[in-house]
Design a protein around this ligand. Structure first.
Ligand code: HEC
Length: 221
């Protein structure tokens, strides 16, 4: 780095971001008042929409978001299958199963959206187009009507871990299961960034020290 102030500027930016990330949940908690002890999930709901900040898990319990790849890597298909009992009032999961209120869901991961034979989809879902990726299924399950306004399905799963379990179960409904997306190494990267920022603070340029580094010092000796 040429400009010795640059590292300080970066450090200041990182610290400001941290203040926002870690300060905001406290503020939110205070504003929402006591009583029911709000967990991380609810806090996340309260401000996660506007702030696209990702602390990459550095903040222990308060970490607002874990990437889908990481969630899926830790998901339980059998847990998802139990949870999918909810879906069975409208969907069948077996290969060649009948359509009900909703379409049969065998092989839905990686399938064309709204394309299961013999099911009469809403135009809202048909217009969504494309393919059901894990990411899109995740959004649909999180809040189907927010993700695809006008879809006939009304489902909301606020908890990312529960959705990941469901997706892990949906993965099993295939002769050639679609692999999960890889976990993003964001957490590691951001930890490294933090370390550099901390170092930058510790190694504040001392007046008069100039750009003396161990090597030139030795040479001057
Ligand atoms: C009350 C009925 C109902 C329940 C319960 C329900 N769904 Fe649905 N689902 C539907 C309907 C209806 C559609 C078609 C929506 C449309 O055409 O807009 C649908 C569509 C879908 C699709 C898109 C399928 C495709 O072919 O594009 C997926 C995926 C899905 N549901 C998953 C689930 C899962 C997983 C659950 C359980 C957690 C669930 N659904 C619970 C009624 C339901």
């Amino acid at each position: 780095m040429q400009d010795p102030l640059l590292s300080n500027k970066i450090a200041a930016a990182v610290l400001t971001a941290l203040l926002l990330i870690f300060g905001l949940p406290q503020l939110t908690k205070a504003l929402m008042g006591g009583g029911h002890h709000a967990g991380g999930g609810e806090l996340h709901l309260a401000y996660g929409g506007e702030l696209e900040l990702d602390t990459g898990g550095g903040a222990a319990e308060a970490a607002p978001e874990v990437d889908l790849g990481t969630l899926l890597a830790n998901a339980s298909a059998s847990g998802g299958e139990r949870r999918a009992a909810l879906c069975k009032s409208c969907h069948t999961f077996d290969k060649g199963g009948a359509n009900g209120t909703g379409p049969n869901l065998w092989g839905v991961v990686g399938a064309q959206v709204a394309n299961h034979a013999g099911f009469n989809y809403t135009s809202a879902l048909k217009d969504a187009g494309g393919v059901w990726s894990y990411d899109r299924l995740d959004k649909y399950l999180e809040n189907s009507q927010a993700y695809i306004p006008g879809t006939a399905m009304v489902q909301r799963f606020a908890k990312p871990e529960q959705r990941a379990d469901l997706l892990a179960f949906l993965q099993t409904l295939s002769d050639s299961p679609v692999p999960f997306p890889a976990p993003t190494p964001a957490a590691a990267e951001e930890d490294a960034e933090l370390d550099t920022a901390e170092e930058a603070l510790e190694n504040e340029p001392v007046e008069g020290a100039g750009d003396a580094d161990p090597e030139t010092e030795e040479g001057a000796h």
